[in-house]
Structure formats: C-alpha cells, structure tokens
Design a protein around this ligand. Sequence first.
Ligand code: PGA
Length: 249
Amino acid sequence: MARRKIIAGNWKMNMTPSEAVALIEKLKPLVATENADVVFCVPAIDIIPAVEAVKGTNIGIGAENMYFEEKGAYTGEISPAMLTDAGVKYVIIGHSERREYFAETDETVNKKVLKAFEHGLTPIICCGESLTQREQGITIDWIRQQIKIAFLNVTAEQAGKAVIAYEPIWAIGTGKVATTEQAQEVCAAIRACIAEIYDDATAAAIRIQYGGSVSAASAPELFAQADIDGGLVGGASLKEDFGAIVNWQ
Ligand code: PGA
C-alpha cells in the first residue's frame, strides 16, 4: 500500500487573522491537488477564520500546539476540544522551537500525543537532533529515544494514523537543508523504530515527513525517498513556493 504524501505548512508566529485569510486566498488555487494531503498549521487566533477560508477546498487546518488537559485553570492554553470544535484536524506536537523556548519535554510531548488521539486529532509529532548531536554521531540514538517516549501507551491503531516530522534542528530556518541521504537515513530509522515498538504493518502505515528549509527546489528529491512521506514546511509555506512544493511531481 502506497502511503499518501502529507505536506504541511507551519506558519509559526506569523500572520494576523486578516493576513491569514489573504494568504489562504492567494495560496488556495496553487495548492489544489489530489495527489497529497495539504495542511496549513496556523497560529491559534487564526484558526477560526482559516477554517472558514478553506471551506470547499482540499486544505486541512492544523494547530501549532495544544495543552494536554481537558479544561480548567491553565491560563493562556488551548484545549483539544477547542481545536476540534473549531474544525481543526491536525496538531503539531513537540516542535523544536517549543522544546527550546517553552520547556516542552519528551514527557509533555507524550501526554499531548495521547490527548490528541483521544480527541481524534492527528498529531504531527516532531523530533530532531542538534548540530552537536549530529557531530557526535548520536543522531539515531537520540531520535529513537524521542520516538519511544512520544509513543508510550499509544496503541498500534493510533500510531498507524500518526504523522512524524523529522526536523534536524540545524536545518530549521537556516537555509541549510539536510542532504537527501541524511534525511532518508533518519526517516528509515524512525520507521524501523516504529516496527520494533509495534509491527511492520504499523510502520508501513505511519507517515514520516522531513522538515528543515524545505524549498521548491529541494522537495522533489526529498519526497522521492522511500521513507519520506512529505514535508513540514516553515518559511516557504508563507509564499507561493508552497504551491510548487505541494505539486512536487
Ligand atoms: P523551515 O521550518 O522550513 O523554515 O526551516 C521548518 C519547521 O520548523 O517546521
């Protein structure tokens, strides 16, 4: 069974609600395709107008984060039920910027992954090594640990529906894309890790994206790799280039 590609934009902290609608209107015709799932992960305040703006299109709206509790005294946080009620289908979990600036850990990532599944949201679970870790030769060990903790208590059925984004931290926003071989090697290792935790069928079903300076130029070769099922795209998702990335073939 061929896995369907999934290409998601991560807008990060960009675009006011009115700018978000204008950008969606501009990108809508450019990202119309039947060959892949197309997702725009937008800032929380943009979710409601974004869901409205993509009605009748192939675009799914994702959140960039959520909290792992149902509701209550967690000032400033957004719950999974708030996301689903607003029409959100996907949620990025454990992006390296959240780990670095907002103290997220593998443990909070695991709690969020479990909560997302409980609410029928598809988590886009991020992992990735620093440049130091790569230079020390511990990339695969590090990623395996991140994956094993992120999937604690996640069932095989749930895991098969998850999306993993492999994003080397040194490649994010730097213009320094990982080589195709580096990206494929780690994505293959992630799939092998999922096979170890679960089974071959789950590993064959799960979709693994590469992220980190993906561009219209680098996407075709990356997406042609056996274990790369699409991309998580930051900077280039805010531009017309995203249309070319989505239509990489
Ligand atoms: P980038 O960001 O494409 O701007 O490198 C990717 C990401 O952080 O998801």
